[in-house]
Structure formats: C-alpha cells, structure tokens
Design a protein around this ligand. Structure first.
Ligand code: THU
Length: 156
C-alpha cells in the first residue's frame, strides 16, 4: 500500500511580516549569531527559544578542535533552557538563523541530531514547539512542530 506524507508550513517574505513575538524571537536569534564560537566552519548559527512564560533563552554553535565535541546552536539553546529552568520545560517557538563568513544572514535548518533532541522536549510537553527558520534573502519558514520535521522518529 502506498502512503503519502504531507507537510503544511508557512513562508514569510520578511521578518517584518512575522507577528511581534516571533519577530522579536528571530531578532534575538540574529543577535545570538554574535555568540557563536566557530573558528573552524566560520558559519555562525544563532538560536532563540521562547518559553511559555515569554522568556527567551539563546544559543549559538560552539565548535571544538576535536570536531564532534562541538554543539549546534539549537541544542545549546534547549539544553541551557532545560538546565537553567527545569520547572519551565514548556517551549513555544525556536528561531534559528545562520551567518556566513561574509557576515550575510542565511538559511539554517535544524540538523537531524537537533531534530531528535527537540522532538523529545516537544513530546515531553505534549504540545507543538514551532520552528522558525531564517532563509536566504530574509524570508522565514515557519514549521508547525518539530514532529513535522521528523516523521517516523526513533523512540522506545
Ligand atoms: N550548525 C548549527 O549550529 N545548527 C544546525 O542546525 C546545523 C549546523 C553548526 C554546527 C557547526 O558549528 C556549523 O554549524 C557548521 O556545520
């Protein structure tokens, strides 16, 4: 039997078209690119996670000479939030953006490992964590949940 998966998501032409809380979240992610430690890839990723109480926790990729020891911006953000505010493991939205070696803002989409990690927190809270990805040219893709990014995810 053939089956089909469909993904419904939104795309905005500009950050300015986002609702105010999402616009502020993406601006926080853009600001967080300055906190990246990326001397190897020169690709600076910023992430900003909005908690249910409206507070924002930022993350930025942290690299290491022993390459696999580094960590993506998305996981630094959600691990920091979970470690600092364990009573508030309730996440509304995550904005992410890349900044290349020239300083140009560009696309960032969560890698597979980050999707798996984000999914676990989404499942824990029992409601969707929206993901806002900055694209080239200033557009923004808004995904309705982490689960939508990771069908047939691992779990036990
Ligand atoms: N990176 C992130 O921070 N998030 C992603 O979703 C993909 C990649 C980082 C890891 C590494 O420091 C650099 O970008 C280049 O891969």
């Amino acid at each position: 039997m053939d089956k089909t998966l469909q993904l419904q998501y939104r795309e905005f032409a500009s950050i300015d078209d986002l609702a105010a809380p999402d616009r502020a979240l993406m601006q926080a992610a853009i600001g967080a690119t300055a906190n990246a430690y990326a001397p190897y890839s020169h690709f600076h990723v910023g992430a900003a996670l909005r908690l249910a109480d409206g507070s924002v926790v930022i993350g930025a990729n942290q690299e290491n000479a022993a390459y696999p020891s580094g960590l993506c911006a998305e996981r630094t953000a959600i691990f920091a939030a979970s470690a600092q505010r364990p009573e508030m493991r309730d996440y509304e939205a995550l904005a992410i953006v890349g900044r290349d070696a020239d300083g140009t803002l560009c696309e960032a989409s969560p890698c597979g490992a980050c999707r798996q990690v984000l999914l676990e927190y989404e499942q824990l809270q029992g409601h969707p964590l929206r993901v806002l990805c900055h694209l080239r040219g200033g557009r923004v893709r808004v995904l309705p949940s982490v689960a939508s990014l990771m069908p047939f995810a691992f779990g036990f």
